[in-house]
Ligand binder design. Structure first.
Ligand code: PEP
Ligand code: MG
Length: 916
């Protein structure tokens, strides 16, 4: 695990533990780094007088120390600090840890700086043994309850600390198996039907199974139990799912987790007890309603694990109006205090309400936008904060497709609607059914879209969820851990679909009330906005915002999501410094880019203009020409196409800047491959098949990415550059005549030396001037270069002398700086990321220390000789929020990205400006 600089003293950090209890705490919400999110918020809730069971937090520094010292603890932790902190809980409650007469039971939970729902471990009811369970039975007057707690404790501890788990993906959980067998024997269906005697026997069976399968006997000493649980919490920081979650969410390994130890309160002591989870607003839509679920006579894990389907919070109002009122007051207090939508966990013990957790609530993209805009209107936050509340990537969810209404209706009418579950994650998803994460990952590797179908949404599924289009579960509520994770990932998700009956072993699912059986690999569609599950695949249609902006099929006033999107974009534009351009080669792409707010084109890849129909033929003829005359013939066919293309592009963009890059075709992408294509080419060129085949072979390159491409092509064959510049300038002149002033930015690709740029620029100027002279029309133009070769980056002071602008081509710059093929790195980068060699895929997010350093040097050297040198970026990184932030800090003028990423880039640029 990567380390950071922390105290290396043998004794460890100065303060290991921070206590909290009603009205008073040693920590507060600002101490997330040290106390983790859960610990910091428990302290904050205690400080503002909310009813929090007393407890203490062992800091993240202890976890870091634990890993840096061979999984050992600092001196004094167990000898002095924990006993001191336990004493404060004992004092607050008048119970004693391990006391057979009046036992204190505790929970031990993980809690990192950033929330990692369900990824790490938790132990409840710790402190129970044969003596204390009897004490608890006497004290509560409810032996069944006491033994139920003990049963749950042995199960959790046996799994998490002692490691008794299913042997493989097809095996059932050994504890569940014992439970199921007994239920079957007794002819009962739910846990609540077990008698005290049953539970006592189950505990005995559990302990025997643990001893038999792990060789470890279940500890009776509560202090030994506590030590094991703390170790398991720290260890769970590095379990597989936590590591994957961290990788997906860019959480560094060195943060470590805190460990929260807290007095147990019981939601399962009887009918005036209960437990629940809630959001202060609707986490799926953002609507300002209290949104949550609860279960009476249950413990927290019953709600989140989805083993019983919980009730809507509005029912609590009827069942227990006083508790509901208190909870609703707390909802208002928390929103006012945190000025954000919060996610809370609570327990009712004998009609007394306790708050077990609060944190800023995860929400879908649409909810994030609505909540931010609403909170601005309510005066809780200002517009700057509203911008900072939205992760740029969340915008994507608003742009995501939905099902085509007609197609869906037809599917429903023809009986394909199988069932309806809870609409946990909006959007439309279609794919092949997979029943476990491993198979989902495998299908995804084969390029197939996947719908992950699980009985309940377990955190073990994270790997499968990440690669799936959508997630469907039989059990679980809107607040089940994995539903939270799905929303955070922006996945389409339907949970708690009770009509399903899934059999992992057979690899099939049945639908209640019908004889439909769906098997692994069958097509399935999920509507995450309505919760509908539909057999077969379904075509999708654009989202409300796309319909307003791109299709023009919906009026803005009929699209509430467009309204909040538009408001947010207006705020973003007010604060950003960076301009946002788009990479587009066709007028229709350019038009879409404008509707998304693009202020220009940062990259028109001219080779992409030749992909279709006859054009590719002419392009291939040019590449395969045997001599200048033949090449000129092919080029003369290309000229009118090019002129028309540039005219269309300029006209669409109006007075906005357009950067046209001269031809940069890696030859292998353009040459015919199959015999059939070669034959067609030969016939078209009027040459023998063998001749064309030989010519292709002669053009073969071992490293096409480092071969005859970029400016090298125009240096060898200036006639190509001349044709392109002629087309650009003639189109600009024509538009000038029509009254539109266009200033083309002509860009030279793959330059590594000043000389290359000078030679090419000379051809450009000569051609441009001759068009201007011929047409008698004054058109301004700029000549610039891409910086995508490391040599160009470090000689930018020289190169700038011949350039009006630089555009960082970070795709090639990354490839060449890292010596890592952009086309082949997919094979090893996933493993690299597992080893934390790169925190992110460097082809997605700029490698700031390497590639970023080159850009910084280049920008500063370039501007040292030409202070007004225009700087932009046009590699794929232009749409990545972290890279946009880097570009802002480096002082670039613009970022250019694909049209659909423009909103993300606008927001990311505003956030970068606001965060300074
Ligand atoms: C780049 O290399 O970053 C770039 C934009 O050019 P291309 O992707 O066309 O090589
Ligand atoms: Mg390039």
């Amino acid at each position: 695990m990567p380390t950071r600089e922390i105290s290396n003293r043998k004794s460890g950090p100065k303060q290991f533990i921070y206590t909290f209890s009603g009205g008073r705490a040693e920590g507060d919400a600002s101490m997330k780094n040290l106390l983790g999110g859960k610990g910091a918020n428990l302290a904050e809730m205690a400080n503002i007088g909310l009813p929090v069971p007393p407890g203490f937090t062992i800091s993240t520094e202890v976890c870091t120390w634990y890993y840096e010292h061979g999984q050992t603890y600092p001196e004094r932790l167990f000898e002095e600090e924990i006993p001191r902190a336990l004493a404060t809980i004992e004092e607050a409650l008048g119970r004693k840890f391990g006391d057979p007469e009046n036992p204190l039971l505790i929970s031990v939970r993980s809690g990192a700086r950033a929330s990692m729902p369900g990824m790490m471990d938790t132990i409840l009811n710790l402190g129970l043994n044969e003596q204390t369970v009897a004490g608890l039975a006497r004290k509560s007057g409810n032996p069944r309850f006491a033994w139920d707690c003990y049963r749950r404790f042995v199960q959790m501890y046996g799994d998490v600390v002692l490691g008794l788990k299913p042997a493989d993906k097809k095996q059932k959980d050994p504890f569940e198996e014992i439970l199921e067998t007994r239920k079957h024997k007794l002819g009962i269906t739910v846990d609540t039907e077990f008698s005290t005697k049953d539970l006592q026997e189950i505990v005995g069976q559990y302990k025997a199974a643990i001893l038999d399968k792990t060789g470890r006997s279940f500890p009776d000493d509560p202090h030994e139990q506590l030590r094991g649980a703390i170790g398991a919490v720290f260890e769970s920081w590095n379990n597989e799912r936590a590591i994957i979650y961290r990788r997906l969410n860019h959480i560094p390994g060195y943060w470590g987790t805190a460990c929260n130890v807290q007095a147990m309160v019981f939601g399962n002591m009887g009918e005036n007890c209960g437990t629940g989870v809630a959001f202060t607003r609707d986490a799926a839509t953002g609507e300002n309603i209290f949104y949550g679920e609860f279960l009476m006579n249950a413990q927290g894990e019953d709600v989140v694990a989805g083993t019983r389907t919980p009730l809507d919070i509005s029912q609590l109002k009827e069942e227990n109006p006083e508790i509901y009122r208190q909870l609703d007051d707390i909802r208002a207090t928390l929103e006012k205090h945190y000025r954000d939508m919060m996610d809370i966990e609570f327990t009712i013990e004998n009609n007394i309400l306790f708050m077990l957790q609060c944190r800023v609530g995860k929400r879908t993209g649409p909810a994030a936008l609505k909540i931010a805009v609403d909170m601005f209107k309510e005066g809780l936050i200002d517009e700057k904060e509203a911008i900072l509340r939205i992760e740029p990537e969340q915008l994507n969810q608003l742009l995501r497709p939905v099902f085509d209404v007609k197609e869906k209706q037809a599917a429903v009418q023809s009986g394909r609607l199988l069932a309806t579950g809870l609409n946990a994650g909006p959007g439309a998803a279609t794919g092949k059914i997979c029943f476990n994460a491993t198979d989902a990952a495998e299908r995804n590797r084969r390029g197939e879209p996947v719908i992950l179908v699980r009985i309940e949404t377990s955190p073990e599924d994270i790997k499968g969820m990440a690669v799936s289009e959508g997630i469907l579960t039989e059990r679980g509520g809107m607040t089940s851990h994995a539903a939270l994770v799905a929303r955070q990932m922006g996945k389409v998700c339907v949970v708690g679909c009770g009509a399903l009956s899934i059999d992992y072993q057979k690899g099939e699912m049945r639908i209640e009330g019908s004889n439909v059986v769906l098997r692994e690999g069958d097509d399935l569609s999920l509507d995450g906005t309505t919760g509908e599950v539909i057999a077969g695949s379904l075509p999708t249609r654009n989202s409300e915002i796309i319909e307003v902006l791109v299709d023009g099929t919906r009026k803005p006033e009929d699209a509430p999501s467009w309204e909040v999107y538009n408001q947010l974009m207006q705020w973003a534009d007010r604060y950003r410094h960076l301009q946002i351009r788009a990479n587009a080669d066709q007028p229709d792409q350019a038009a879409i880019a404008i509707t998304f707010g693009a202020e220009g084109i940062g990259l028109c890849r001219t080779e992409h203009m030749f992909f279709g129909g006859e054009r590719i033929q002419a392009m291939r003829e040019m590449i395969l020409a045997d001599d200048l005359e033949e090449r000129n013939t092919a080029i003369s066919k290309l000229l009118p196409y090019q002129r028309e293309d540039f005219y269309g592009l300029f006209k669409t963009m109006g007075s906005r800047p357009v950067t046209i890059r001269l031809l940069d075709p890696p030859l292998h992408e353009f040459l015919p491959q199959s015999d059939e294509e070669i034959m067609r080419m030969a016939i078209g060129m009027g040459k023998p098949y063998e001749h064309v085949k030989e010519r292709i072979a002669a053009l073969h390159e071992f490293n096409p990415m480092l071969g005859l491409r970029g400016c090298r092509l125009g240096i060898l064959h200036p006639e190509i550059t001349i044709m392109q510049v002629q087309a650009i300038m003639e189109a600009a002149c024509q538009l000038r005549q029509e009254g539109l002033e266009v200033v083309p930015e002509i860009m030279v690709p793959l330059v590594s030396t000043l000389k290359e740029l000078e030679i090419t620029a000379k051809i450009i100027h000569k051609t441009a001037r001759s068009v201007i002279a011929e047409q008698w029309i004054g058109v301004k133009y700029l000549v610039g270069t891409m910086i995508e070769v490391p040599r160009a980056a470090i000689t930018s002071a020289e190169i700038a002398t011949a350039a009006d602008f630089f555009s960082y081509g970070t795709n090639d710059l990354t490839q060449m700086t890292l010596g890592m093929s952009r086309d082949d790195s997919g094979q090893f980068l996933p493993t690299y990321q597992q080893y934390d060699i790169f925190p992110r895929n460097p082809f997605e997010s700029i490698d700031i220390e390497g590639v970023g350093r080159l850009i910084t040097i280049s920008a500063s050297d370039g501007r040292s000789v030409k202070p007004d040198l225009k700087l932009g970026i046009c590699g794929e990184h232009g749409g990545d929020p972290a890279s946009v932030e880097f570009c802002h800090k480096t002082g670039l003028n613009y970022v250019s990205c694909s049209p659909y990423r423009v909103p993300v880039a606008r927001l990311a640029a505003a956030r970068a400006a606001l965060l300074g």
